[in-house]
Ligand binder design. Structure first.
Ligand SMILES: NC(=O)c1ccc[n+]([C@@H]2O[C@H](COP(=O)([O-])OP(=O)(O)OC[C@H]3O[C@@H](n4cnc5c(N)ncnc54)[C@H](OP(=O)(O)O)[C@@H]3O)[C@@H](O)[C@H]2O)c1
Length: 258
């Protein structure tokens, strides 16, 4: 029986991914801060899919939290076949006026935890010559994002890092996939203070289940980079064709509130 570790499984895209993996017969390790939501999900996965899951609540923005997750799986003798680095959040604010702690935690979660989890599980995957990693990036990874500078830069890291590591481990039969969706209907909008922003009022926000399924399929095919939907693909092409200054201006508008 294969096991998947999913970060940010308590809601949004992570929760939908958990259901998809459970439906496909995977055992699961579920992590996020909200213990009650994880326990509810554990029960639902057991009843609906007869799935076996472990719950490990933790704040991945804390120093070395990723090592605690690794220690939990190691102590239980759980082999992680698939790692899904999904937990992440944004913040709509100009840097000069932003909450420093929130920016710092964002970097710790979106970048450090994702990098550290990848670092600790990758050697075992290489040794077994099998393993899959799905990192949730964003279309935000393709341009600079005035109004959300730290978030866009964190997702640029996720995409670049994923593409690079994918090449490093390809010959060992291990795959790394970066999923790049545009806006998705989840708790992200509220957590990022994006309510009323053009990003969520003018652009069509995708369904979390459809995005999760797209990521799951790309992961299973071993794709390195996957956009969700035509608009994401179009945006990624546009930033290559049009001047970067224009992309920055468009991103600034999109991040503004009406
Ligand atoms: N929604 C979008 O428009 C969109 C677009 C592109 C990319 N993405 C990316 O998709 C991923 C999933 O986000 P989502 O849209 O599903 O948002 P969401 O509904 O807010 O889910 C975020 C998940 O991350 C967990 N999380 C947040 N802070 C955490 C922390 N400090 N430690 C551990 N877990 C933490 C949350 O659980 P707890 O609160 O219980 O900790 C939750 O399970 C993120 O990486 C996001 O950047 C989202």
């Amino acid at each position: 029986m294969a096991t998947v570790l999913i970060t940010g499984a308590s809601g949004g895209i992570g929760l939908e991914l958990a259901k998809i993996f459970a439906n496909d017969g995977y055992d699961l390790v579920l992590t996020a801060r909200s213990e009650n939501k994880l326990l509810e999900l554990q029960k639902e996965l057991s009843v609906q899919y007869d799935a076996c899951s472990y719950v490990f609540p933790c704040d991945l923005a804390e120093k070395d939290a990723a090592l605690a997750v690794y220690e939990f799986t190691r102590s239980k003798g759980i082999v992680i076949d698939v790692l899904v680095n999904n937990a992440g959040f944004g913040d709509c604010a100009y840097l000069a006026e932003s909450d420093w702690q929130k920016q710092y935690d964002m970097v710790r979660l979106n970048i450090i935890a994702l990098m550290q989890l990848t670092r600790v599980y990758l050697p075992e995957m290489k040794e077994r010559r099998s393993g899959k990693i799905l990192n949730i990036a964003s279309v935000a990874s393709f341009a600079a994002g005035p109004g959300m500078s730290v978030y866009y830069a964190s997702k640029a890291f996720v995409r670049s890092f994923s593409e690079a590591v994918a090449e490093e481990v390809r010959e060992y039969g291990v795959t790394v996939t970066a999923l790049c969706p545009g806006p998705v209907k989840t708790g992200f909008e509220k957590a990022a203070n994006l309510e009323g922003s053009k990003m969520f009022t003018l652009l069509h926000a995708a369904d979390a289940h459809k995005v999760a399924l797209c990521g799951y399929r790309a992961l299973m095919k071993g794709r390195t980079l996957k956009y969700y939907g035509l608009s994401a693909k179009a945006m990624s092409l546009a930033v290559r064709v049009f001047p970067r200054a224009l992309a920055r201006k468009v991103a600034k508008k999109v991040n503004e509130k009406k």
